[in-house]
Design a protein around this ligand. Structure first.
Ligand SMILES: NC(=O)c1ccc[n+]([C@@H]2O[C@H](COP(=O)([O-])OP(=O)(O)OC[C@H]3O[C@@H](n4cnc5c(N)ncnc54)[C@H](OP(=O)(O)O)[C@@H]3O)[C@@H](O)[C@H]2O)c1
Length: 228
């Protein structure tokens, strides 16, 4: 675990697993949490709930998100921990999803996380310490049969590829890992899901606070490696 007080940025921190991740990191007491949300009003509510600082960060346009992340770092100080949690799930198997929705899913779920890694990763590398967690899904795992809606599955499989590539580029002091939270009771997961948001947040929080001898370039569920 880090010695100095670290700063974490969690995307989609206003609800669901993202709020639980922000809560889990803030509860440690040694991490300052920036609660990022698409709307400033929601970011403020989350910040109040967890004792963090609000930032507005809309991921719909990844190019804008990249420059916004640079601005956030310039105004709030160096970011040591990035949790790419926000995502959209658009239904539609095979050809049942529109090309616009497919591209939109890729933008929020894959290209924006890449843009934030691009904005914040070099600073972590220069400071020789960083933790990046990409909240992925078993639905994006070839090993699990790519069972989810096609736009979501493709976006998470590509996020996994971004995880591997970024770990190669930034390692070993900046650890980049992907997490599957399991099936979680959120707006995305629905009320019938087995896990609470806190249970879903456990592995992402663990990866966000890995010790220096912790893993990088892996895919984890319940704190254990799973196949891509
Ligand atoms: N729930 C599950 O069972 C499950 C399973 C596997 C993986 N996951 C993954 O876990 C992560 C969190 O999911 P969740 O279940 O907590 O989902 P959720 O309750 O639907 O929350 C999604 C979050 O993403 C944010 N978001 C969506 N589009 C955005 C945009 N353009 N800009 C900024 N923020 C945006 C939402 O913000 P708004 O409130 O502004 O829309 C919200 O904060 C996701 O990466 C998801 O793929 C979830």
């Amino acid at each position: 675990m880090p010695h100095a007080r670290r700063t974490a940025l969690v995307t989609g921190a206003n609800r669901g697993i993202g709020l639980a991740i922000a809560q889990g990191l803030a509860a440690r007491g040694d991490i300052r949490v920036l609660t990022a949300a698409r709307r400033m009003r929601d970011a403020r509510e989350a910040a109040e709930a967890v004792g963090g600082e609000p930032v507005a960060l809309d991921l719909s346009n990844p190019v804008v998100a990249e420059s916004t992340a640079g601005w956030i770092e310039a105004t709030h100080g160096a970011i040591d921990i990035l949790v790419n949690n926000a995502a959209v799930l658009v239904d539609g198997d095979g050809l049942g999803v529109t090309t616009e929705d497919f591209a939109g899913s890729l933008a929020v779920n894959t290209v924006a996380p890449f843009a934030l890694i691009r904005a914040l990763g070099p600073g972590m590398l220069a400071r020789k310490w960083g933790r990046i967690v990409n909240v992925s899904s078993g639905w994006g795992a070839f090993a699990e049969g790519m069972q989810g809606p096609v736009a979501y599955a493709a976006s998470k499989a590509a996020l996994n590829a971004v995880t591997c590539a970024s770990a190669h580029t930034l390692g070993p002091t900046v650890k980049v890992n992907a997490a599957c939270p399991g099936w979680v009771r959120t707006r995305m997961g629905g009320p019938g899901a087995k896990r609470s948001p806190e249970q879903g947040a456990d592995t992402p929080v663990w990866l966000a606070t890995l010790p220096d001898d912790g893993p990088t370039g892996g895919f984890f569920r319940d704190r254990r490696p799973i196949a891509w």
